[in-house]
Design a binder for this molecule. Structure first.
Ligand SMILES: CC(C)(COP(=O)(O)OP(=O)(O)OC[C@H]1O[C@@H](n2cnc3c(N)ncnc32)[C@H](O)[C@@H]1OP(=O)(O)O)[C@@H](O)C(=O)NCCC(=O)NCCS
Length: 172
């Protein structure tokens, strides 16, 4: 498999993959109409195109024989925590299709995003993760992230409790 930086032409691919990986991971948690509302809004093709074309954001696709099976996204930190500073970075998405997990590719995607986020200087990095996503929490703990807060993440009418994870610049 290969990892490559995604571009604006990948907006439809990214929209489709993001909806599939979110549904595969979390779809069972929400009523169908809340899930559909969230997917149509958060992963709309035009929104992906905006992110893909924005110089402050970056997206990577993990591909198997040219077919997208995973993605990561990074950009400025938008998490609601009082200690977020201008210039802090955030890993905004990290998903590998279940059929392709456990082979080290999630770690490789993480490292691509991390290298890009730290390309100019050490930075404090942040991640939001569902409070009951214990597997991902273990994964991020291995990369030095600690839980420093919580917030509510809306999926349709449902409000999920999310943990806010942080890794200080000096620990990067
Ligand atoms: C988190 C994720 C990207 C890791 O990708 P991956 O290719 O499986 O990662 P790697 O093979 O590099 O590392 C595997 C590690 O992931 C962690 N992990 C993540 N989810 C896990 C799960 N559901 N069950 C067990 N371990 C999990 C473990 O710490 C595992 O380490 P181990 O091998 O010591 O058990 C992938 O599990 C995934 O896409 N999960 C679903 C989406 C998700 O939860 N994304 C995070 C949203 S914030």
């Amino acid at each position: 498999m290969t990892i490559r930086r995604a571009g604006v032409d990948d907006a439809a691919t990214l929209s489709d993959l993001a909806a599939r990986t979110f549904t595969e991971t979390f779809g069972h948690l929400y009523p169908r109409e809340d899930l559909d509302f969230f997917l149509a809004d958060a992963y709309a093709v035009d929104k992906q195109a905006v992110i893909l074309g924005h110089p402050d954001y970056a997206v990577w696709l993990l591909e198997e024989d040219g077919v997208a099976v995973g993605h990561a996204a990074a950009g400025p930190c938008g998490l609601p925590h009082p200690e977020v500073q201008p210039g802090d970075g955030e890993l905004k998405r990290l998903y590998v299709l279940a059929s392709h997990q456990g082979g080290g590719w999630g770690s490789r995607l993480f490292k691509e995003a991390e290298a890009w986020l730290l390309r100019d200087a050490p930075r404090t990095l942040w991640i939001g993760v569902w409070s009951e996503n214990f597997g991902a929490q273990r994964f991020y703990a291995r990369f030095g992230f600690d839980c420093v807060g919580t917030y509510e993440f809306p999926v349709g009418r449902v409000r999920d409790v999310e943990f806010i994870l942080r890794r200080e610049a000096a620990a990067g």
